[in-house]
Design a binder for this molecule. Structure first.
Ligand code: BES
Ligand code: ZN
Length: 467
């Protein structure tokens, strides 16, 4: 291929922009909520739809049954006689539940393109996490196939439908299909940029321990006048234990929790400081004037490199309108612990359970459900594929990407590394204010187009590499 092979694809991407937006909107109309059993058929429909798009983009693609929601696997052999690196693309076609519905300005599965301060944006559940980003690499494949009749390097694609709900089918699937998925790097587009004009490559993700705890007290709901003062109240017992999870410095008090949490080298902290992160703007965009978290650490440090514990939901007792005088038999809370360094998810889950059990008063018991455990993940900050991505992003944005951390978790990234042995390249195009997992999720059209162009350029850069 010639020197201008990448530019020809970039030009094609620009003319294809309206059609690409239409295709993304079609994808967004499918309510593929993996956590909701009622949407099972829609999740399957999203898999079929993505498979069809991959075929139209020139790949051999199939929907493959898995334990839970199906996987989509696709393959392109690249140009004949090719002797360079191969890429695996990972993404997810499932989305988070849209609730609370009343806060959406338009239907979560009725995508609209509306004008915002940075130009048009696509608003719908899954717009950026992750359907928009999945479509960005599929559009790049399409561009290469249309313009040059082939992808410039061999590509395998794996799309899962359970990322937002624990990825329980993923590990067995990776184990059973290890050979087919092997590649020199796994490109993941499920993270963010620094800002709309500044690309980023994410080099760390936090791990996750998601635990649900139910405290049980009396064997039935009770009148709070007849029994109040006589029995333990599960809602209060739960609240009291939750309040003991952090100390006055907002550090987590679970024994052994900080085992494996590294102190970052001053070099890294200096690098982060030099990025000029604007805490005021970050907090202002969510209606806050000040942040909250572990004492003595900057906000970036707290989200990128420190472990945390958050209650994601709590319920028990009477939550309807008006008053009902009742002592509930049960109370439940859902927790996410974000992990860093070499914190061990199994050990932390066990320690948290013991923490609760040892604080229960007589008359109460607790039951626990794990909804996913994954360790933190760090990508080396230099490699030939990373350098190719840096060149691609430089070409598209006119400046090199920043290497950033992320507070989010993508369990598949660690599993792909561990089981298949493929190192990840996290090249994402979301923005902090995209309302991920929240009402009115959006993807800036500028980010979508930049993502397609970047993936097209990355393919071209990798296609020029030789072993
Ligand atoms: N795309 C996100 C992860 C993410 C969010 C990366 C923000 C970078 C910035 C991903 O789909 C996600 O939300 N993952 C879940 C994990 C899961 C096990 C439910 C998360 O981080 O909560
Ligand atoms: Zn995601």
């Amino acid at each position: 291929m010639h020197k201008d092979d990448i530019n020809a694809v970039l030009e094609w991407v620009d003319t294809e922009r309206p059609a690409a937006i239409d295709r993304l909107c079609e994808f967004l109309r499918i309510p593929s909520i993996s956590a909701d059993p009622a949407q099972k058929a829609e999740v399957a429909r999203a898999a079929e739809w993505a498979c069809h798009q991959l075929r139209a983009a020139g790949l051999n693609a199939a929907v493959r049954p898995a334990k839970g929601h199906p996987m989509v696997v696709a393959r392109h052999e690249g140009p004949p006689g090719y002797d360079g690196p191969t890429l695996l693309y990972y993404g997810h076609y499932d989305v988070q539940p849209p609730d609370p519905m009343e806060l959406w300005h338009s239907g979560p599965f009725d995508p609209v393109v509306v004008e915002g301060p940075r130009g048009p944006r696509i608003v719908a559940r899954g717009a950026v996490d992750d359907k928009g980003q999945v479509m960005s690499f599929i559009e790049a494949f399409r561009g290469w196939s249309k313009v040059h009749g082939t992808l410039p390097c061999p590509v395998t694609v794996l799309l899962e439908g359970e990322e937002e709900s624990g990825s329980e089918s993923l590990e067995p699937f990776l184990e059973a299909n290890r050979d087919e998925l092997r590649a020199d790097a796994c490109v993941v587009s499920d993270t963010g940029m620094w800002d709309v004009a500044t690309p980023a490559i994410t080099t760390s993700l936090r791990g996750l321990v998601y635990l649900e705890v139910t405290v049980h007290g009396p064997d039935k709901d009770l009148h709070s006048g007849m029994y109040g003062g006589a029995v333990p109240n599960p809602v209060q017992v739960l609240a009291s234990i939750i309040s003991q999870l952090h100390d006055a410095d907002r550090r987590i008090t679970v024994p052994g929790f900080y085992d494996g949490v590294p102190e970052l080298p001053a070099r890294v902290l200096d690098q982060w400081r030099a990025m000029g992160f604007d805490e005021g703007e970050f907090l202002g965009s969510i209606g806050l004037a000040s942040g909250y978290g572990e004492r003595g650490r900057s906000l970036l440090e707290r989200t990128w490199s420190r472990p945390t514990c958050d209650v994601n939901g709590i319920f028990g007792g009477y939550t309807g309108k008006g008053a009902k005088t009742v002592i509930a038999a049960h109370a439940t809370a859902k927790f996410s612990f974000r992990l860093v360094g070499s914190q061990d998810p199994q050990r932390i889950s066990k320690s948290v359970r013991e923490f609760f059990e040892s604080r229960l008063p007589a008359g109460c018991t607790a039951t626990f459900t794990e909804h996913g455990l994954s360790p933190a993940f760090v990508v080396p900050d230099s490699s030939p594929i990373l350098a190719a991505a840096e060149r691609a992003l430089q070409r598209v944005y006119g400046k090199p990407p920043l290497l950033i951390g992320s507070g989010g978790s993508i369990p598949a990234v660690g599993a792909l590394q561990r089981i298949v042995g493929v190192p990840a390249l996290l090249m994402g195009f979301g923005l902090d204010d995209d309302c991920v997992h929240s009402p009115n999720e959006k993807f800036e059209v500028a980010c979508f187009v930049g993502a397609i162009r970047s993936h097209a350029a990355l393919l071209g850069e990798v296609g020029r590499m030789r072993r």
